[in-house]
Design a protein around this ligand. Structure first.
Ligand SMILES: [Zn+2]
Length: 505
């Protein structure tokens, strides 16, 4: 007897449909699984056999062949277990074969017959058009984002057999949940002083402009960066689904509601490999940090310590908002729409700019050059962060809090949406000409900066976008004024300290 159950496997961020064909024939008892299974997939036999026996069902003492089609695709993980078990039960008549028509399944089996959640369930169930899709109860909430009423969540293999073979009702899974707690992220009100840095965070969040924080250790660069996601608007439904899919595929814990609603914050260590940061690599490819942070904030602390090749690999994703990953059978695109925040010390000893700096000009210059020019060119805002003065720390007046700054950010984001983009940083040259016309004095300032070699042509476009955001925050007229352009040029990132001697006093 032959039974075929649709299931799916994960390839990067995407689910790929797999047809699980189970053939049971007379002959010496044997179990063969073919069709490029990986190690954990090959172990399905032991899990499936134990689960079937633990469920009070019969393991066939015959020749069982499982074929996973298409054959050329590598099948990863244990998510095919459930389909293999249902196929065996169908091929041995323990579930009438006609009851399996229109049924797909994805779930891992425990030896006790339990059905366990799988990594990436949202992209995995996206491939099914079957009217009934059996998933683990623990995956129900996330699976239902993709399947709606077609989901058939079960806690045990037995639940599925009872429903399919004996016509018992599918189990009622309690989908009520405590609403996700309103995340009390760190608040900007805790930051004392730091007026310049606060302003930079506001402009970066409002316009989606990449930001570089430069300052000595202990100045609060990380503290500032962690407060950036709280300033960003809640994800709309489309973005929330996109982020949830990626986090599901990356195996990250999802919130109780199943849907990620807040912009993510990721802070990979400076020892991160290229594959960890942008994705790809050999074997089972997981999304890189730049994709996991998509629609949120990617924080690169100690920017100068990242391998230059790794930083170089970030340029294209930052430019295009997607990562292209070469895989067998073509290229995949993963989302990579991040707000990048980078932080670095001004020099190797960290004290650059003060009399305490112990570095010689050559080592300072070498340090600055580690951050490549092209990446620096993509950081539209740079701000120097100094250790707060003792007086500022004594000041017990709280700064403006996250909620009020977020409201100002939201109003600028609404303006951007009216311009057809999600934030001003996405405005291209044609759109800028349309929505950010320059008054004559502003043109002069821009031309002077280009002539002096302070700005590249590309840099000038970025400056105009930042100026648009500054003007939006000020509620100014549609025209960009000289002050807005000057402000944006003043914020633009340049190599920190360069080779200059000025921090030696
Ligand atoms: Zn130094």
């Amino acid at each position: 007897m032959l039974a075929t159950i649709p299931s799916s496997t994960l390839d990067g961020l995407d689910g790929v449909r797999v047809s699980v064909e189970v053939h049971v024939a007379n002959g010496l008892p044997a179990f063969t699984i073919v069709g490029l299974p990986d190690a954990s997939c090959r172990e399905a036999r032991d899990r499936v056999r134990a689960a079937i026996e633990s469920s009070g069902l019969e393991w066939p003492l015959r020749r069982v062949t499982v074929n996973l089609a298409p054959g050329g695709l590598r099948k990863v993980g244990a998510g095919l277990d459930l389909a293999v078990a249902l196929g065996i039960l169908g091929a041995t008549g323990q579930i009438p074969i006609e009851q399996l028509v229109g049924v797909a399944a994805v779930g891992e089996l425990g030896l006790d017959g339990s059905v366990r959640p799988v990594r990436g369930v949202l992209p995995l169930v996206d491939v099914f058009d079957e009217p009934r899709v059996v998933v683990a109860a623990a995956d129900a909430r996330v699976a239902m984002l993709g399947l709606g009423e077609r989901a058939r969540p079960v806690r045990r293999l037995r639940d599925a057999v009872d429903a399919l073979a004996d016509g018992l009702p599918w189990p009622q899974i309690d989908l009520a949940f405590d609403p996700d707690p309103v995340e009390e992220g760190p608040d900007l009100a805790d930051v004392r002083g730091q007026e310049g840095a606060r302003e930079a965070l506001l402009v970066a969040a409002a316009g989606g402009h990449h930001l570089l924080l430069v300052g000595p250790p202990g100045a609060g660069k990380t503290m500032l960066a962690r407060r950036l996601p709280g300033l960003l608007p809640e994800l709309d439904l489309e973005a929330a689904r996109r982020v949830t899919r990626i986090h599901s595929a990356a195996g990250l814990p999802l919130p109780a509601s199943g849907l990620v609603r807040r912009p993510p914050f990721r802070a990979p260590h400076h020892s991160a490999s290229m594959a960890a940061l942008v994705g790809g690599g050999s074997g089972q490819s997981r999304p890189g940090e730049v994709s996991v942070a998509s629609d949120g904030v990617l924080f690169l602390d100690e920017l100068g310590e990242f391998a230059p090749s790794v930083l170089d690999a970030l340029r294209q994703p930052l430019e295009e908002g997607v990562v292209r990953i070469a895989r067998s059978g073509g290229t995949r695109e993963h989302p990579a729409r991040v707000l990048l925040v980078a932080a670095m010390n001004p020099c190797p000893c960290g004290e650059g700019g003060s009399l305490n700096c112990r570095c010689n000009p050559a080592s300072r210059s070498r340090y600055a050059s580690r951050v490549s020019g092209p990446l620096l060119d993509r950081l539209d805002i740079m701000v120097h962060v100094d250790r707060p003065s003792p007086l500022a720390l004594l000041d017990d007046r709280p700064g403006e809090d996250t909620a009020s700054v977020a409201a100002r950010v939201a109003s600028v984001r609404v303006l951007a949406q009216e311009r057809g983009v999600s934030c001003n940083a996405e405005l291209n040259r044609r759109q800028l000409d349309l929505v950010a016309p320059l008054e004559p004095a502003a043109v002069e300032i821009l031309h002077a900066a280009i002539s002096a070699g302070v700005l590249s042509g590309r840099g000038a476009m970025r400056v105009r976008a930042v100026a648009r955001t500054i003007a939006d925050l000020a509620g100014g007229p549609p025209q960009i004024r000289a002050g807005d352009i000057a402000g944006a040029i003043g914020m633009r990132a340049r190599p920190p300290m360069g080779g200059s001697d000025d921090c030696r006093g």
